[in-house]
Write a protein that binds this ligand. Structure first.
Ligand code: NI
Length: 196
């Protein structure tokens, strides 16, 4: 937990308050300049770009595997929400790829990401890259992060925006999906925006 987490959580809350209306409403992020090209490596060591996910909705969350509290909690909700949707509406669930992008590429090697992703969901794609590649993708996807000074033991934390964003099958942003209201709310939000 840190300041950026809190700010992003507040933003997500604000965006959410607009979400209780008729299903015909425009996606909150329609036209936003978020997303786009990237070239990263997944937890199997395979290079993936935005084109690897063409035709798939993408639920994108940035974090890092050493994150002690917030990232695991959020990923838990995201993946339990995916599982809930797989039960209630498997066809819709199959059209979403959950994607975790590290903001700590120095420690989050593909091997590290493979161990981590296995704790969450079989279809979770975990991506890393060079410092430059990560900086570029974070900027494009509207995510702020800042490595904190290391402690006496050399361990460090990384402050980062805390949000899960749904992108459409062409890669355009749709909405911030709530990750702080439990799996059922997350599943409902996915279903809502994917039906729109
Ligand atoms: Ni975190």
């Amino acid at each position: 937990m840190n300041k950026l987490h809190l700010i992003a959580a507040a933003l997500a809350g604000a965006a959410l308050s607009a979400c209780g209306r008729a299903p015909a409403e425009a996606p909150p992020l329609a036209g936003a300049t978020m997303g786009g090209a990237f070239s990263l490596v997944d937890q199997r060591g395979v290079r993936r770009t935005e084109r690897s996910f063409e035709g798939q909705y993408r639920l994108v969350y940035f974090g890092f595997t050493f994150c002690p509290d917030v990232c695991p909690v959020d990923l838990q909700v995201i993946t339990q929400g995916m599982r809930a949707l797989e039960k209630s509406d498997p066809a819709t669930a199959a059209r979403v790829t959950p994607i975790f992008i590290t903001v700590d590429p120095a420690r989050d090697t593909p091997a590290e990401l493979a161990k981590y992703a296995a704790n969450f969901h079989p279809r979770l794609v975990a991506l890393t890259g060079t410092e430059a590649e990560i900086a570029t993708v974070a900027k494009r996807y509207g995510v702020a992060f800042a490595k904190q000074p290391a402690g006496p033991d050399g361990a460090y934390s990384v402050d980062h925006s805390r949000m899960a964003v749904l992108y459409d099958p062409a890669g355009a942003p749709i909405a911030i999906i709530p990750h702080d209201e439990g799996p059922a709310a997350l599943a409902a939000a996915l279903q809502k925006w994917m039906a729109a």
